[in-house]
Design a protein around this ligand. Sequence first.
Ligand code: SP5
Ligand code: ZN
Length: 358
Amino acid sequence: MAPGTIDAMQVVHAPIHADHDPGHEVQAGRIVPALEIPARADAILAALRAEPRHRIVPPTPFGDAPLAAVHDPGLLAWLARAWEGWVAAGHPGPLIPDTFPLTRYHARMPEAERPDGAIGAAGYWVFDTMSAIGAGTWPAARAAADVALTAAEAVLAGAPAAYGLCRPPGHHAARAMAGGYCYLNNAAIVAEHLVARGAGRVGILDVDYHHGNGTQQIFWERADVPYLSLHADPHRAYPYFSGFPGETGGGTGAGATRNIPLPAGTDDDAYLDALDTGLDWLAGRHDGIVVVSLGIDTYRADPIGDLGLTTDGYRRIGARVAATGARLVILQEGGYHVGDLGRNVAAWLDGAELGAAG
Ligand code: SP5
Ligand code: ZN
């Protein structure tokens, strides 16, 4: 590729995402229409299709091994059968747990056995009331992991960047917990796969509005997968219990986690300043490939966020990340303003490929 030439960016998309559509969630005691809906991915796909340089491809199936490399076998086995167990127990609506084994439940006592019943098992494996499971959730989640892995293979094959239109998203899913609209941690599955494929140290840059508690937990003790996250301060924002600056990794991963919490109303310029701080930290901690957890819920009009980013800001952020010279596996996470979601993702990818002026 001649300098200055713009190659096509591979966009990986699986239509089966639309089968994950459980309808509603429970937020602060209220039943509300689901925010993480099929129309999100449809909007992104339509916007990217409108730019002919994007090459839209289906995922390749990678099987169970990359999922098992990151997730607890018990979580995977439960996810595969959770919906049929819920229906068999006679529950009419989507699977939403209501009772959770907090760590203090068993303080000074032995842990209980894993529950067999449908409601108990749901609370055991899912950590909130917002991540409903329906008939099509598991096939969609598996396809989203394959979408992510297919994008990673494009980068391994030499592409400077590839985009996985993952739905459902992934960064809240921990080794043994689903939650936060996430069932399988697509970014973690990809990072682990890249390490196994010989990519050396693989960085993760998480720019979703929310802290990626799952990704942080999975790589907490790993110096070869440094985790950098910019997100709304958990003092006010979901997931509330992680993402504070004092969380910097443990054991052999001590110092390889970095959290940058942001105040409400953070605008493009302030965000870019924080991003520069983070990217300086990440530089030199990876060997050339960075997985980007791309959330667009940082948008100023997002219905659940309170940051102040604009469409032009996404172009500048994409350009700034690409200017580090890292090859990028860009994976969709959150973003709930469906009307502007497509053009915001397109702007980020345009910035990454064409530069801020593109
Ligand atoms: C992938 C991802 O972005 N998951 C996000 C999960 C957050 N779930 C909703 C959090 C509660 C929203 N509170 C609304 C406050 C509106 N002012
Ligand atoms: Zn989010």
